[in-house]
Design a protein around this ligand. Structure first.
Ligand SMILES: [Zn+2]
Ligand SMILES: [Zn+2]
Length: 325
């Protein structure tokens, strides 16, 4: 809630006229509590996770040839019923878990984690720099939390739910055990907790996080995606590989960027695949698969003959992967 009774009072406190955006913010937030403003997050989650995956749902139902070539695992079909069940599950978790979290973050004037709601509004540069910090903190912590969830106990008790989708869909981005929503949600809150900013920055950060998660789990790898221009960005194909390999996956843990997997050596299987198949054209699927099987078998035999077990595992996984796609 703003500590000003009127726009004039706010302007005299700031010593200048309010800008257009500040005027709008004053009119919208002046009489709303910080708790209520925070709860907008729940609405954003419900609205964005409902609307943004819809183009992918339509693509999945139509299975048009024009779009089909961008599907990462074209042999997998998801029915409307499957996708709707996933959606219902995700919405239930959001309402139960996110609404439970909200009261713990409530403060009287400002949030206990330091998020401010008042005036002046942050500049574009401030928002951009803060979100850059948030994404780096979230990416690094998410990498290790995700990796931890792949230990035997973590996977069996919690993370296996998220991996029920070996070929993910947009709705499946937050499809997870409630404990995982809390654990990985914590990684998203870590940045705003360490470098608290304005509520608007916080909202934008949460929306950006949703956009990224939906695209990464979309099951489609579109070459025109704007994320293709972001250095070290993983993307849909990168995370799809992690889902396909599933339980035994020790590869591609990264949330957004690929540098952690590179530094800690957890993308060897994926890199191996890219080095072997990366330059093989995908225009003619039948010829591609014939050549692919030949190369896989050759690599498999070479690796087995010299007893290179790490490479052998990578080859086995690749073989399994490409037999399915
Ligand atoms: Zn995983
Ligand atoms: Zn995932």
């Amino acid at each position: 809630m703003l500590p000003f009774q009127s726009i004039q009072e706010a302007e005299s406190s700031l010593g200048r006229n309010l800008k257009f955006a500040e005027n709008l913010w004053f009119k919208y937030s002046a009489n709303k509590s910080d708790y209520f403003l925070y709860c907008h997050n729940t609405i954003f989650l419900l609205v964005f996770y409902t609307l943004l995956p819809l183009p992918y749902v339509i693509a999945e139902l139509l299975r048009s040839n024009k779009i089909e070539r961008f599907k990462i695992q074209p042999k997998v079909n998801n029915s409307f019923k499957d996708m709707f069940n996933c959606y219902k599950n995700v919405m239930t978790i959001f309402i139960l878990v996110v609404d439970t979290l909200a009261p713990s973050l409530e403060g009287s004037e400002t949030f206990s984690i330091g998020i401010r709601t008042g005036l002046p509004l942050p500049s574009g540069t401030e928002m951009l720099l803060q979100m850059l910090v948030y994404v780096l903190i979230e990416d690094y912590s998410n990498y290790w939390l995700h990796r931890l969830l792949h230990c035997k106990w973590g996977y069996e008790k919690i993370h296996r739910v998220h991996h029920e989708y070996t070929a993910p869909i947009g709705f499946a981005a937050p499809y997870a055990h409630w404990a995982e929503v809390l654990i990985l949600g914590f990684a998203s809150f870590l940045g705003p907790m360490m470098v608290p900013g304005h509520m608007i920055t916080f909202w934008l950060w949460m929306v950006l996080r949703q956009l990224e998660a939906i695209e990464t789990h979309s099951g489609y790898d579109f070459p025109w995606s704007i994320t293709k221009f972001i250095p070290f960005y993983g993307g849909a194909e990168y995370h799809d590989y992690h889902h396909f390999v599933g339980k035994q996956s020790h590869s591609n843990f990264a949330s957004v960027f690929t540098y952690c997997d590179y530094i800690y050596g957890t993308n060897k299987g994926y890199r191996y695949r890219k080095s072997v198949f990366g330059k093989v054209p995908l225009k003619h699927p039948v010829h591609f698969l014939v050549r692919l099987n030949y190369i896989i078998n050759l690599q498999y035999k070479i690796a087995a003959s010299v007893g290179v077990h790490i490479k052998l595992n990578a080859v086995q996984i690749e073989k399994q992967y490409h037999q399915c796609v």
